[in-house]
Design a binder for this molecule. Structure first.
Ligand code: ATR
Length: 281
């Protein structure tokens, strides 16, 4: 009987219980996935102590606690350490081990949709990441560990993009661009990954850069999934590019977390379509 859960605030509308309950069913495991909402007005330490005294086997952590949890862990996996944030904890015999499955989940979702991108020489593929927050950092690191090394980062604030570029020992192939520079050089990229919240409801008309000069065969990916088809993805589609939806990252980061907890890799099957239907109401 697996006892799993999610800590964060606010989490009432989280899709994680649905995802992990589906995974439990698919893998024929008994278990529960509960929402453990910790109001920022309350003591985080107290909540964690309570959790340590429970029989929890593993849990996810979301905003605003992805960094707050780190001092309470016994071991930090290397990618969580590089990314500086934890979204998954497993309890192994009373020791808490922290992972970050967001970046790897994102890369798995990209590979699931575009397997050819992962075949052959990855140094031929030019990638642009837009944004330089936690999500961008995880995605950049996971792409690097998958062998992609021509990754540029465009951000409103150069400093955070430069910090991410430091994750690469030889940073010569990572250019840090302004959003204006990125817009002017959009045609150079095979994959464009939008990682900021721009375009999210309610401001659904917003798009962080215009894709006017996009080359037809490129892939445009947006991690925003509310709405599912952001203004940026709509523009990409109208220009004949391939598009990659944000909700798939949600499923694959959960798939990897579930693997850490149970050692079972669940087939997603039609969950992408089901989640799409849920999100579209
Ligand atoms: P997350 O952890 O989800 O990635 P975050 O750390 O808050 O979120 O990062 C948000 C990213 O979106 C940052 O790159 C931010 O740019 P700055 O570094 O300049 O703050 C970017 N971002 C958010 N709103 C933006 C806007 N209106 N225009 C441009 N960039 C924006």
């Amino acid at each position: 009987m697996y006892q799993l859960g999610l800590i964060g605030y606010p989490i009432k509308h989280s899709l994680s219980p649905w995802i992990h309950e589906e995974f439990l069913k698919k893998s024929e495991l008994e278990g529960t996935y509960s929402l453990i909402e910790i109001n920022p007005d309350h003591s985080f330490q107290e909540a964690v102590t309570e959790l340590k005294n429970s029989n929890i086997d593993g849990f996810n952590i979301t905003v605003p606690y992805k960094q707050t949890i780190i001092p309470y862990l016994d071991v930090l996996d290397s990618s969580a350490e590089k990314v500086g944030a934890v979204n998954t904890v497993v309890n192994r015999g009373g020791k808490w081990i922290g992972y970050n499955t967001d970046g790897i989940g994102y890369v798995r979702s990209l590979e699931g949709a575009y397997p050819n991108l992962f075949v052959g020489n990855k140094s031929d593929k030019r990638i642009l990441i837009i944004g330089a927050g936690g999500a961008a950092r995880g995605i950049y690191y996971a792409l690097l560990t998958n062998g992609f090394d021509q990754i540029d980062i465009a951000n409103r604030t150069a400093k955070s993009a430069l910090d991410i570029a430091k994750l690469k020992e030889d940073s010569t192939k990572t250019n840090v661009l302004t959003l204006e520079e990125a817009e002017a050089s959009i045609k150079q990229y095979d994959v464009i990954i939008q990682t900021t919240s721009v375009g999210m409801r309610p401001d659904t008309k917003a798009s962080i850069v215009a894709l006017t000069t996009l080359k037809e065969a490129s892939i445009v990916s947006d991690i925003v999934y509310q709405p599912l088809e952001t203004a940026m993805l709509q523009q990409a589609e109208s220009l004949g590019a391939e598009i990659h939806y944000g909700h798939t990252m949600l499923l694959y980061q959960a798939q990897y977390a579930f693997e850490i907890w149970t050692s079972k890799q669940v087939e997603l099957g039609n969950m992408e379509d089901e989640l799409k239907r849920i999100l579209e109401g």
